[in-house]
Design a protein around this ligand. Structure first.
Ligand code: GDP
Length: 196
């Protein structure tokens, strides 16, 4: 996809605020600080459209970024696994995300963003299982690859796949927002889901 314009549209706190123009949506899920905003910025060639290191624990906001006037949205889910979040906030997060995943007709693909340096967290595993349960098209994107030597990528990829339960037909892309690794492959995948 050729990105001509990318715009922040809304930080939505509920379905009433989601756009109603029926453009395809690609959602990003991942723990706080995993690198979701950086990934969006890299995909759209902008330094700072998606806010990096935004206040963690803002559990209720789904950030919508529109690509071109009429191509698609990136929907950045609130990050999970932030320790200082109360039980009530966590429950609100769960309800909001579950409702979105189960009811949003325009959702075409979910990107589960994980950190290639470390084995998946229990929350990453839960999210992966959840997406499988809903039978949603998804891709695991293992970011921050630049932070480990290239010689160790394969080992980390293997552990990540094994521990999450990624099967041979599942989408999995090693990524780095820092050096641009995986960008073209990810756009190719997104195009396949969004333009079909
Ligand atoms: P978010 O909370 O998931 O949106 O995470 P951010 O995008 O704000 O990233 C958290 C921190 O990790 C920031 O300091 C980023 O600069 C850094 N970061 C994110 N992705 C990468 C990456 O691919 N490589 C490196 N080296 N740092 C990254």
């Amino acid at each position: 996809m050729k990105v001509n314009i990318a715009e922040f549209i809304i930080s939505a706190v509920g379905p009433d605020q989601y756009p109603d123009d029926a453009l395809p949506e690609v959602a990003l899920a991942g723990r706080s600080n995993v690198g979701k905003s950086s990934l969006i910025n890299r995909m759209i060639n902008r330094k700072n459209l998606a806010r990096t290191s935004s206040t963690p624990g803002k559990t209720q906001h789904m950030n919508y970024y529109r690509i071109n006037e009429d191509s698609m949205y990136f929907v950045d889910f609130p990050g999970y696994g932030y320790a200082k979040v109360s039980k009530t906030q966590r429950a609100t997060w769960g309800k909001m995300v579950e409702k979105y995943l189960s009811e949003r007709d325009t959702l075409k693909l979910v990107l589960l963003i994980v950190d290639l340096r470390h084995p998946p967290t229990s929350n990453d595993k839960m999210m992966f299982d959840w997406l499988k349960h809903y039978d949603l098209p998804m891709c695991v994107v293992a970011t921050k690859a630049d932070k480990i030597p290239k010689t160790r990528w394969q080992k980390h990829i293997k552990i990540m796949k094994q521990e999450l339960g990624v099967l041979s037909g599942d989408n999995f892309i090693p990524f780095s927002s820092e050096i641009g690794l995986g960008k073209e492959e990810l756009w190719g995948l997104i195009d396949g889901y969004v333009l079909s």
